[in-house]
Design a protein around this ligand. Structure first.
Ligand SMILES: *[C@@H]1O[C@H](CO)[C@@H](O)[C@H](O)[C@H]1NC(C)=O
Length: 179
């Protein structure tokens, strides 16, 4: 009798222990991005463009389904700036979507920490600035959400993986275009 109780206790502890690990939280990914001006000549004429962490295109976000993203965006421009995560569903999380109406632009010298999850989705997406014609001056990049390794996919592993970003450029610069 005593043995059985002990065995039951042992099994319950094992069950609780595995439940704890099965329900462990999804991975967190932390980023700090700083937006600044830079110069480039995408149309053969030198113009002011927008860089993220000194880069155009901005850093490629390589995520996996269900990742939790904590991304602090620091605005070093002389104008408000807002990024949107195009294609991310933002379930019950619309104030992280980075569009006017749900999100305020980040003021100059301010920062804002986006918190969102790539919940139950895979795909190739982009992020881009959603206000002030900033998108015509850069500030965008690729956002990939890969399948979790435990989820089988019905195709072979690709031989290569490239991000193709297409944007409109105006030699006049984004502030002139915006007016
Ligand atoms: C973000 O802004 C807060 C105040 O709004 C400030 O205290 C903090 O230092 C800023 N963080 C960074 C990394 O700039």
């Amino acid at each position: 009798m005593r043995r059985t109780t002990l065995l039951h206790l042992g099994c319950s502890i094992l069950a609780l222990w595995s439940a704890y690990f099965v329900n462990a939280e999804d991975d967190y990914k932390y980023y700090e991005w700083t937006v600044t001006y830079g110069t480039a000549s995408p149309l053969g004429v030198s113009q002011k463009i927008l860089l993220i962490n000194g880069q155009f295109p901005g850093p490629r976000l390589d995520l996996v389904t269900n990742n939790n993203v904590i991304l602090n965006l620091i605005n070093k421009l002389d104008e408000p700036f807002l990024l949107t995560w195009n294609g991310i569903k933002q379930r019950k999380n619309s104030w992280q979507d980075g569009v006017l109406g749900t999100n305020c632009p980040v003021p100059p010298n301010g920062n804002y920490t986006y918190k969102f999850q790539t919940k139950d989705q895979i795909g190739s997406y982009t992020y881009f600035p959603s206000t002030g014609m900033h998108r015509a001056a850069g500030g965008f990049g690729a956002l990939n959400v890969y399948a979790r390794s435990v989820i089988p996919v019905p195709y072979a592993k690709p031989a290569g993986d490239f991000s193709l970003l297409v944007g409109d450029w105006y030699a006049a610069g984004h502030k002139v275009v915006f007016v």
